[in-house]
Ligand binder design. Structure first.
Ligand SMILES: Cc1ncc(COP(=O)(O)O)c(C=O)c1O
Length: 406
């Protein structure tokens, strides 16, 4: 396959478009951020404390939930959520294999077994029908418990992921969970502020919702950070205790937790950024609309499917190379050659990861997720993108697709 020419001579003064532009974002709010950081430094109160508490209240208001508990990362949010629900060895958690590793990793880290089901080919989110089929084919109800008849494990929970910033099919997931008396832990790491078509906020619908403040998220910290949210006061209390090694009162441990605390410096940064989040999300949505319009004539690729009525926050703008004569690696190389940020989220579905070999999966077991892992790639969608940058990305991508296609 030959390389398309570099696009510099197309009349753009653009040298490239990064996948993320956190430096521009920082410059636009520098004075607010610097002041917030300085205030924490003045206080020398770095671990939890009033700034973390204030930020938790703001997340409660923003997400419309009763309890928000700041934690050390999105990965730890998932882990502590499963710990709070006492999910452990001998238990099974149904989830998607098409996600960041932390989703499945958290399940395995508490000693439970991930049960991977397939995804919806349009949204890439867990397909409720696949979950129902899995339960029907593999499980029996014994003494009111849902038991995997092959392993004897008790199915305890469903862990859907609101991937790329689009709220998943929560209505159906909640219906299945209610039918079989399962917990629901929402991995909303990529989806703060996203809403379902019923108008419910991602993360606040199940028992516990988990957010990540990894810097590349729409609400990104200056390091690691996360949040668990729940409307259940008892669970909230347990989560708060688990966050500090399970100690309550301090140095008295009825159960074992960990150091899952959110730093005050991160909370201070996030508090400032939260004020701008809606305006940034609007810019991401506008960018997505522009891409959708400009890319609509290219039939070899599929732009993201937005479920009508949902509030998609576009943490990623993920395209699929649906014409299988297209080579996704070639597209990726050529975008990189033209200094356009591109990433594949995610090249290997979790059921085919080496560390999950013990589950006994083979290629072909979860076909829609496997197809997505081969086809998708994400291009810049950050709020700071200019119209010219979007135009440049679209021109380069169109040229690559034409070349690959010829
Ligand atoms: C879907 C998903 N789950 C969990 C995580 C883990 O979050 P963190 O990186 O904050 O640990 C991420 C973040 O990358 C994610 O995208």
């Amino acid at each position: 396959m030959k390389n398309p020419a570099r696009m510099k001579n197309k009349g753009y003064s653009i040298e490239g478009v990064p996948l993320l532009d956190l430096k521009s974002q920082y410059r636009s709010i520098k004075s607010e951020i610097d002041q917030a950081i300085a205030e924490v430094c003045e206080s020398q109160h770095f671990i939890m404390g009033p700034v973390v508490q204030r930020f938790e209240k703001q997340i409660e208001n923003y997400c419309g939930c009763k309890n928000a508990i700041g934690v050390s990362s999105g990965s730890d949010a998932l882990l502590i959520a499963l710990m709070a629900l006492e999910i452990t060895a001998g238990h099974e958690v149904i989830t998607t294999p098409f996600t960041f590793f932390a989703t499945g990793g958290a399940i395995a880290r508490v000693g439970a077994t991930p049960a991977f089901c397939d995804i919806d080919p349009d949204t890439y989110n867990l397909d409720p029908k696949s979950v129902e089929n899995y339960i029907e084919k593999n499980c029996d109800i014994k003494d009111g418990k849902l038991i995997n008849r092959h392993t004897g494990n008790e199915v305890k929970a469903i862990m859907p992921v609101h991937l790329f910033g689009q709220a998943t099919h929560m209505e159906e997931i909640m219906r299945i969970a209610a039918k079989f008396d399962l917990h629901v832990v929402e991995d909303a790491a990529q989806a703060i502020g996203a809403k379902t078509k019923e108008g419910k906020t991602a993360g606040t619908i199940g028992d516990i919702g988990c957010y990540s403040f990894f810097p590349s998220k729409n609400l990104g910290a200056f390091g690691d950070g996360g949040m668990v949210v729940t409307n259940n006061d008892e669970l909230a209390e347990r989560l708060r205790i688990l966050r500090v090694h399970g100690g309550k009162p301090k140095y008295y441990h009825a159960f074992i937790g960990g150091n899952f605390r959110l730093d005050a410096l991160q909370a201070a940064v996030l508090e400032v950024k939260l004020k701008h989040l809606d305006e940034w999300t609007k810019a991401r949505q506008k960018n997505a609309q522009k891409y959708n319009e400009l890319l609509s004539s290219i039939k070899t690729i599929k732009t993201p499917t937005e479920i009508s009525g949902t509030h998609h926050i576009y943490n990623q703008y993920t395209i699929a190379a649906v014409d299988h004569s297209l080579d996704r690696n070639h597209i990726r190389e050529q975008l990189t050659e033209n200094n356009i940020g591109v990433e594949v989220y995610y090249p290997v579905p979790l059921h085919l990861q080496e560390c999950f070999n013990y589950l006994g999966h083979a290629r072909g077991d979860i076909p829609v997720a496997e197809r997505a892992a081969k086809d998708v790639f994400s291009i810049p969608i950050h709020p700071e993108l200019s119209d010219d940058e979007i135009g440049y990305v679209v021109d380069v991508l169109s040229t690559i697709v034409e070349v690959s296609d010829s």
